[in-house]
Design a binder for this molecule. Sequence first.
Ligand code: ATP
Length: 244
Amino acid sequence: MTYTVDIINKAFVNDAGIATAVIRNLGLTLSNGEFVTLLGPSGAGKSTLLNLIAGLDNDFEGEIRLSKPDGKTARVSLMFQEPRLMPWLSICENVMLVCDGSTSQRRSSALHWLSLVGLSGAEYQYPAQLSGGMLKRAALARAFACEPDILLMDEPFSSLDIPAADSLRQLLSELWQKRRTTVVYVTHDITEALTLSDRILLLSSHPMQVLEDVRLTSQRPRNPLENELLALAERFKQSLADPA
Ligand SMILES: Nc1ncnc2c1ncn2[C@@H]1O[C@H](COP(=O)(O)OP(=O)(O)OP(=O)(O)O)[C@@H](O)[C@H]1O
């Protein structure tokens, strides 16, 4: 099963009525269960593309087809750089918000995901009581707890220090291997892209287009210091420094 994204033109119009094209002629097919990273320069239009896929912005020319074989539309979940938890709800209640079923089923599902992300014991704490890394874990639990068909992640670990970000990437990789949802992950960190992805779409600066579509081996964990990956990293670095 595949999902297709075909953006002919996405532009923003400023107060003077002048339109600037951010995405033009960008087509991509997402296969069910694959981990795709959008790697591109800052300001290229990556977050804009995620908003279009999520249906948060419908003002574009083109078509996004997210239907499943049963005719239903794929369930989409988003994780942003900021955890965006409700401060007046406990961590458990925040995760329960996205779960289906009776209250006890939703609680049990939330507790299950919170334990998978290592937050057992903190379930009834409030967001203000948690560290930045714990908040990201809670946001990750919430992102998976709604059982999404497609998980969109916009630089989710970029504000963390290196060890915390590494440990969350490892956790994400484990969760994704357990529950093979389609992931579309935005970053401008080449090592992160090489560590996590099945496939990397190297993007141009805006108007954003796909410059390269690179498929990696399914081997996990992946060592970004392998020769082949180092060569790829070097090529990506040049493209990002000198965007087309
Ligand atoms: N609501 C908006 N109105 C006007 N311009 C916008 C709007 N949202 C984004 N833009 C512009 O569109 C371009 C792409 O922005 P976007 O945030 O999608 O890029 P990005 O690739 O995600 O960047 P970064 O990696 O820095 O987060 C930028 O020039 C930005 O200023």
